[in-house]
Design a protein around this ligand. Structure first.
Ligand SMILES: Nc1ncnc2c1ncn2[C@@H]1O[C@H](COP(=O)(O)OP(=O)(O)OP(=O)(O)O)[C@@H](O)[C@H]1O
Ligand SMILES: [Mg+2]
Length: 260
């Protein structure tokens, strides 16, 4: 077939980093916290999840990470169905590709920055090596280079409890990057930072996303959505009531969605 004829067949679109169809979840039977959520997040994109407190944002991230089971619907990561017991093996295999940054970052405050960052490689080196502190030199070099790229190489040997909020956020990103993720789930990632540090962090996130890593970020910071997001999803009472391009999303959009 000629080159011209071949180019008539476009490349198939890559599978979404995350895709949910009809996802529902409840803590108490009969009282769903997430209802019928359809979602698709493209590789290399930043999807901001907004919604009032208690609407189900954290629950959605936890279900995607596999920390909570979904009770109905389907969940696929990188085109592979992973939810449900029959998919336990494919979930484990994909687990490495999904980094999780919880709301309070989940760093070990009494350990050094470097050790926290190296803990991101657990799936790569095994728990035993990490317990005896026997991380290969190549990983230590990689961790230091990652810290360098985030501007906190000088803090590598300091304990996390002595760091500022913005520095801890960088450590959490560095730990996530050491996992070599293709999807990062970040819960209220910038909620405790001043406006300048918030923008520094999201600039970093944007740079990482442009390398092909997808981000799902829950937030209450409406003004950041248009600036940093590619897509925005709005959840209310456990239902997705809006999804669209982030660049047109404003505070007025929220007021409309909230019926005010
Ligand atoms: N472990 C739990 N057991 C029972 N109900 C829970 C549990 N965790 C959360 N919920 C309920 O699920 C609902 C959604 O909670 P979730 O934490 O997902 O909300 P959110 O949108 O992240 O809120 P916020 O913006 O305050 O972080 C809330 O009504 C909450 O009370
Ligand atoms: Mg939450």
């Amino acid at each position: 077939m000629s080159q011209a004829a071949l180019s008539a067949f476009p490349e198939p679109a890559p599978a979404p980093a995350v895709e949910t169809v009809g996802l529902s979840c409840w803590y108490v039977p009969g009282r769903p916290v997430l209802r019928d959520i359809d979602l698709a997040v493209a590789p290399g994109s930043i999807c901001m999840i907004l919604g009032p407190s208690g609407s189900g944002k954290s629950t959605l991230l936890k279900v995607i990470k596999g920390l909570l089971p979904l009770n109905a619907g389907t969940l696929s990561l990188f085109g592979q169905p992973v939810a449900g017991r029959t998919h336990a093996r494919s979930r484990r295999a994909l687990e490495r590709s999904v980094a999780w940054i919880p709301q309070h970052l989940g760093l070990v405050r009494s350990l050094t920055v470097l050790d926290n960052v190296l803990s991101g490689t657990l799936a790569r080196v095994g728990t035993l090596a990490s317990l005896v502190g026997a991380f290969p030199h190549t990983l230590r070099d990689e961790a230091l280079a990652t810290l360098d790229s985030l501007g906190i190489r000088a803090k590598a040997d300091e304990k996390v409890f002595s760091l500022s909020g913005g520095e801890r956020q960088r450590v959490a990103i560095a730990r996530a990057l050491m996992q070599h993720p293709t999807l990062v789930l970040a819960d209220e990632f910038v909620s405790q930072l001043d406006p300048l540090t918030t923008r520094e962090m999201l600039d970093i996130v944007q740079g990482i996303a442009r390398t092909g890593v997808a981000f799902l970020i829950t937030s209450h910071e409406v003004e950041l959505v248009a600036e940093y997001g590619d897509r925005v999803v709005f959840i209310r009472d456990g239902r997705k009531i809006h999804e669209g391009a982030a660049n047109a999303f404003t505070f007025a959009s929220v007021m409309t969605l909230m019926g005010r």
